[in-house]
Design a protein around this ligand. Structure first.
Ligand code: SAH
Ligand code: SF4
Ligand code: F3S
Length: 473
């Protein structure tokens, strides 16, 4: 496991030049919601140095790519983006407009470390997911002690301790929804997955810290919080008495916060869907009726090769139990097709499981061999053409289910939290409790509010509706 989490380049930029106006910071985020959260927190830690975020790399003094290593394509995108940034950096220097500092953060940074700077010398800094609270210090060192290397181990506690619970990033200020990381890392070691290597061991934040951060968000007008973790339902952070809590207990505590009307959590592992968490879906109105529960495959044999430690039966049993307490719950999942050794028969098992579950939405991927993971070395890698064909067949079924789920909302009245303006004048877009996008006309004045909407139609990716009443809630 690489230990290098942060290493200033030999030739840093002038990110610490005297402030003559706000420094412009551009962060591009790849990958999962945890990276979205991390990008917001990076903006938070850099704000005291005078950095203001912009939404383009053009003209930025400091550019951070917050990267994802989950599939090969995700990692390669970073290098093509770095190629473009290099040209921008050179043009800027040639025009005498000062230097641009480039940092690579996130999971590619963790997995590839200094190799990134060898492949793309325009990169000034490499900072892993557990070290970004050190960005101000790293920038200082880049400027002062060029070439110095900083090593750090996985220490999410140090990271969270170093940051205040105050959220000053753009999402918390302007939007009614926010992400809040409560758990990091993964001990599951699915044989295809890089996350245990890029994010380290499972670790949970203490309950009190999470409550402080959530209260601050609610005070800023946030109505919905999505609790994040690579295995969020394995959450076991210390409670008030120091004893380990559970995600269900945390949800009960968060439900007490005034103004916080909606709670979600992602991503969950089937083996960590504990009885109290399932029960919470029947007890807590704030817990939205949506569960993202990746299964990866419907084949017992493939699940064993994946080291998932659950079979299709365990998964289906969890779904049954949660539907028993919350019959309308929307189920979502992740799938991988073309895992080494997957036969037509195994793939058929996946289609069967999908038919049994009936998904409201899902993400499906072609298996991508990742360096250093056990599956990459397995015999019987499935040819691309076969995997692609399976992906198309799976997606056709999943889209059919998703469209049917959305179409079935027509005629219902759903509470919608409006988040942003739509493309047409007056149009507003929000989310239903089931996480569907809902569009209404003449709703622009309702941003940030939860409003009753009569659903008129449902398509594959969204619902259309009409405001029938403004709820007091
Ligand atoms: N912690 C979550 C999600 C991890 S990554 C979980 O356990 O479910 C998100 C999704 O990416 C995974 O659920 C999986 O479907 C997909 N994925 C991970 N590694 C992959 C690989 N090597 N190739 C293709 N898809 C992959
Ligand atoms: Fe990856 Fe498996 Fe951990 Fe999810 S549970 S992050 S798929 S190793
Ligand atoms: Fe990607 Fe890292 Fe998230 S590999 S999916 S950004 S945990």
């Amino acid at each position: 496991m690489t230990e290098i989490l942060a290493s200033p380049a030999v030739d840093g930029g002038d990110a610490l030049r005297p402030v003559t106006g706000p420094r412009r910071l551009f962060i591009k985020t790849y990958g999962c919601q945890m990276n979205v959260y991390d990008s917001e927190r990076m903006a938070d830690v850099l704000r005291p140095l005078g950095y203001e975020t912009t939404d383009t790399a053009e003209g930025a003094d400091f550019v951070i790519l917050n990267t994802c290593h989950i599939r090969e394509r995700a990692a390669e995108k970073v290098y093509s983006e770095l190629g473009k940034l290099r040209e921008m950096k050179q043009d800027r220097a040639a025009a005498g407009r000062g230097a641009m500092t480039i940092a690579v953060a996130g999971c590619v940074a963790q997995a590839e470390g200094e190799e990134i700077m060898r492949r793309q010398p325009a990169v000034d800094l490499v900072v892993g997911p557990q070290a970004y609270h050190q960005l101000p210090e790293l920038l200082t060192r880049t400027a002062r002690a060029r070439g110095e290397r900083i090593g750090a181990d996985f220490a999410p506690n140090a990271k969270f301790d170093a940051m205040t619970s105050e959220r000053i990033g753009p999402r918390g200020v302007t939007g009614p929804t926010a992400f809040l990381t409560v758990q990091e890392g993964c001990d599951k070691f699915c044989t295809f997955c890089v996350v245990p290597y890029t994010r380290g061991a499972e670790w949970s934040r203490p309950v009190a810290d999470i409550l402080t951060e959530a209260r601050a968000l609610a005070e800023r007008g946030v109505r919905e919080i999505t609790l994040l973790g690579q295995n969020v339902n394995a959450y076991n952070g210390a409670g008030a008495d120091g004893a380990p809590s559970t995600l269900a207990r945390l949800a009960h505590a968060l439900a007490e916060i005034p103004g916080l009307d909606r709670l979600r959590y992602t991503t969950s592992h089937p083996n960590d869907m504990s009885a109290d968490l399932i029960a919470a879906h029947g007890e807590l109105d704030v817990l939205m009726p949506y569960l993202h529960l990746p299964v990866q495959s419907g084949s017992d044999r493939i699940l064993r090769l994946m080291n998932r430690k659950h079979g299709p039966k365990t998964y289906l049993d969890v779904i049954d139990r949660i539907r028993a307490v919350r019959p309308d719950i929307a189920i979502s999942g992740d799938f991988i097709v073309g895992f080494p050794g997957e036969t037509d028969r195994d793939f058929e098992d996946t289609l069967t499981l999908v038919r049994q579950v009936n998904y409201a939405s899902a993400f499906s991927f072609m298996y991508s061999p990742r360096p250093g993971t056990p599956a990459a070395a397995m015999a019987a890698q499935v040819p691309d053409a076969v995997a692609r064909e399976r992906l198309h067949a799976l997606q056709a079924l999943l889209f059919e289910q998703q469209t049917a789920f959305n179409a079935a909302q027509a005629g219902k009245t759903l509470p919608v939290l409006f988040e942003r303006k739509g493309r047409n004048p007056g149009q507003a877009i929000g989310r239903s409790p089931y996480l569907q996008s809902v569009h209404v006309d003449n709703g622009e004045h309702l941003l940030g509010q939860i409003v009753a909407v009569q659903i008129e139609s449902g398509q594959q990716n969204s619902l259309a509706g009409r405001i029938i009443q403004q709820k007091a809630a």
